[in-house]
Design a binder for this molecule. Structure first.
Ligand SMILES: *Cc1c(COP(=O)(O)O)cnc(C)c1O
Length: 378
């Protein structure tokens, strides 16, 4: 039987054709025809006021730290249960992450713990929509309004997912998406910034284009471009945008397939959850997730290790993340200690992610669930 990897990059159709087209167009730098087409599609489909492609979600997050003008002395509220880029983007500017515990059902920021973490240094709240399940945006937006804070959504995993009928990434002033090869839609490395506040639009364009007004120049609004503010290069090449456009155009097909695979996992593992062997993902009724990842919760980390080994012996690769940021070497240097965030610590020790990618088949999903069944029932 063939090995089932954890993830597998894929193409769906016109990716390579589009890249050839970009070469023929004679425009391989950023912000050409393909980038513009991706921007238009992101804006129209997801209701994003202004979308800007970046070379990664990490880059989009770094842009948000610059746009919110955080610096030394500022605090940024975020979960510890997240990818390092969520924190690094702000730490790079000299700000301090203020880690808040997560909910045991969604593994998202616990909205009831946020207000206690707000003080006079707080500048931004960063909800991370884990597995494409929305954080409690009603509560978070209300708190941010009350205390005059920015909201930056780390929607790296959440493109296409909704909260109360509205797409994630469009609630905060800024939202960040990823097209890394492990996400639903891919371009190898890649990302996008959603600028949802009109006050930040021009600033974001300038920042992304090396601190120049090149975007205005390309639109014919000025006759030359020059250095107008601090900036850097956050834009991807047309080669990346050409690849991405083919994926964006096939979003429905890709996510429909992922959703079917996700449901197969969920249904096939229902009885094991009922018997108390494992936990399955849960999400509130008003959230519409995007089948970004499928995970189970084991009893503890020893059981997880044994299950990973059991699956590996059957040529199935299952992995876990994240090492909580507060208990990492960097987090400890910031003064955090193991025990500070009990739900984060428990969940990160129990979670196991199962293979889920576009080319996975229903029968392979069932091979995985049968192997899990065998593990628990012997
Ligand atoms: C994938 C991911 C990122 C980083 O995305 P890149 O495009 O690889 O930079 C950031 N935050 C979360 C929650 C992610 O899952």
């Amino acid at each position: 039987m063939a090995r089932i990897p954890f993830n597998k990059p894929f193409i769906v159709g016109k990716e390579l054709y589009n890249i050839a087209q970009a070469v023929i167009n004679g425009w391989l730098a950023g912000d050409g025809r393909f980038t513009a087409a991706c921007h238009r599609l992101l804006e129209e489909r997801y209701g994003i006021p202004k979308a800007l492609l970046t070379h990664s979600c990490t880059a989009a997050l770094e842009m948000t730290a610059l746009l919110c003008e955080v610096g030394p002395g500022d605090e940024v509220i975020m979960p510890s249960y997240t990818f390092v880029s969520t924190a690094n983007a702000f730490v790079l500017r000299g700000a301090q992450p203020r880690f808040v515990d997560i909910r045991p059902d969604t593994l998202n920021l616990d909205e009831n713990l946020i207000e206690d973490a707000i003080n006079e240094h707080t500048k931004v709240i960063v909800p991370v929509h884990y597995a494409g399940v929305g954080c409690e945006m009603d509560t978070i937006m209300t708190l941010a309004g009350k205390h005059g804070l920015y909201v930056v959504e780390d929607a790296a995993q959440a493109l296409g997912a909704k909260y109360r009928g509205r797409y994630l990434g469009t609630f905060g002033e800024l939202g960040c998406f990823s097209f890394h090869e492990t996400k639903n839609l891919i371009s190898g490395e890649g990302g996008a910034l959603a600028v949802n506040s009109s006050e930040l639009e021009e600033k974001a364009e300038i920042l992304r284009q090396k601190g120049t007004n090149r975007a205005e120049f390309l639109r014919g609004e000025v006759d030359k471009y020059t250095w107008v503010a601090v900036g850097s290069s956050f834009l991807p090449s047309e080669i990346v945008a050409a690849f991405l456009l083919a994926q964006l155009e096939n979003e429905e097909m890709i996510n429909t397939k992922r959703m079917a695979l996700w449901r197969t996992y969920h249904e096939a593992l229902a009885d094991l959850e009922e018997e108390g062997c494992l936990g399955r993902p849960r999400w509130p009724q008003h959230c519409s997730p995007n089948a970004h990842l499928y995970y189970i919760l084991t009893a503890d980390s020893d059981e997880r290790q044994a299950l990973i080994k059991h699956l590996a012996e059957r040529d199935i690769v299952a992995v876990f993340h994240y090492v909580p940021l507060h208990s990492s070497p960097m987090g400890q240097r910031m003064g955090y200690r193991a025990g500070d965030l009990p739900v984060t610590e428990e969940m990160s020790a129990r979670i196991l992610r199962l293979p889920l990618y576009y080319e996975l088949t229903e029968s392979e999903v069932l091979r995985v669930t049968e192997a899990i069944r065998e593990f628990y029932r012997g």
